[in-house]
Design a protein around this ligand. Structure first.
Ligand code: MF3
Ligand code: CO
Ligand code: CO
Length: 267
């Protein structure tokens, strides 16, 4: 498997792309309210990325392989039982919805990829708990990132914590290497066994983006060919950061002033 190792110049550009992606999430936050449509959010993000950031929304027309249709929008908006790749539409968000907004920005030949969960109006305690535990899953995965550790350590940390809390881990999608290419090696599974898989090295950059379901892990695809939903229609949540492996630990590349703080139990 060829995994690109980023040099100092690459990393400088990836910090910029990552920051822009996170800043789109900051920008869109106040708009994620009862009654807004995900198409309106898509348009706002497109305009911000293109006109303010002078960058490009990487999902727009993205076509990872010849058998799938090009992705038609600039962002992904996955509501309630949608796991990922929700395509923005004209349906207004309603009180109690949980929605993942996933932003990938392409700037100066490099990508930055990050997503957060948003609450629409008053959200039920069980939905809030799912979002919180999923956030902690992402951070427990991130906490495993350092040279010498294995991708399996990341997956194991995420899976163990999800199961301990009564949730399941989606297996059909994973984190991914990222750089000049949107999705590159390695695949970063959100489940696994300690000390298995690829060993981490300084200069690797990849995403960690666990999708955690309240019910069973199984996935169904919508007729649009993109959107994955939970087969049992239970709620699903996801958070994503782009991470650099450093000399002795990690650096989050998708940072912004509005990003939520890491959980207090992470060192
Ligand atoms: N941003 C998603 C990820 O985390 C990928 C979206 S691809 C799209 O990997 F085409 F659906 F936008
Ligand atoms: Co990603
Ligand atoms: Co993403």
């Amino acid at each position: 498997m060829n995994i690109t190792i980023k040099n100092e110049v690459d990393i400088e550009y990836m910090r910029k792309a990552g920051k822009l992606a996170a800043e789109v999430l900051d920008y869109i936050t106040p708009f994620v309210t009862v009654g807004v449509t995900t198409n309106e959010l898509d348009k706002l993000c497109y305009d911000y990325i293109v006109n303010v950031q002078q960058a490009y929304p990487a999902p727009l027309n993205y076509k990872p392989d010849p058998n799938v249709s090009a992705y038609p929008k600039s962002i992904c908006t996955s509501v309630n039982h949608e796991i990922c790749h929700g395509i923005p539409n004209d349906k207004p968000l309603k009180n109690g919805d949980i929605v993942n907004v996933d932003i990938t920005v392409y700037k100066d030949l490099y990508h930055g990829d990050t997503s957060r969960m948003f609450f629409v109006g008053e959200v039920s305690p069980h939905a809030k708990r799912l979002c919180q535990i999923t956030y902690e899953c992402m951070w427990l995965g991130i906490n495993q990132v350092k040279p010498g550790n294995y991708l399996g350590d990341i997956g194991y940390a995420i899976e163990t914590y999800a199961h301990k809390n009564g949730y399941s881990v989606v297996q059909e999608f994973c984190g991914h290497g990222i750089g000049k290419v949107f999705h590159e090696n390695p695949q970063v599974l959100h489940y696994g066994k300690p000390k298995t898989g690829v060993q981490l090295e300084k200069g690797m950059v990849f995403t960690i983006e666990p999708m955690i379901n309240q019910g069973k892990r199984f996935v169904k695809f919508m007729p649009n060919g993109w959107t994955a939903v939970t087969k049992d229609r239970s709620l699903s949540a996801q958070w994503e950061h782009t991470i650099l492996v450093t000399e002795d630990s990690y650096e989050i590349l998708t940072v912004s002033s509005g990003m939520p703080p890491k959980p207090s139990f992470i060192a």
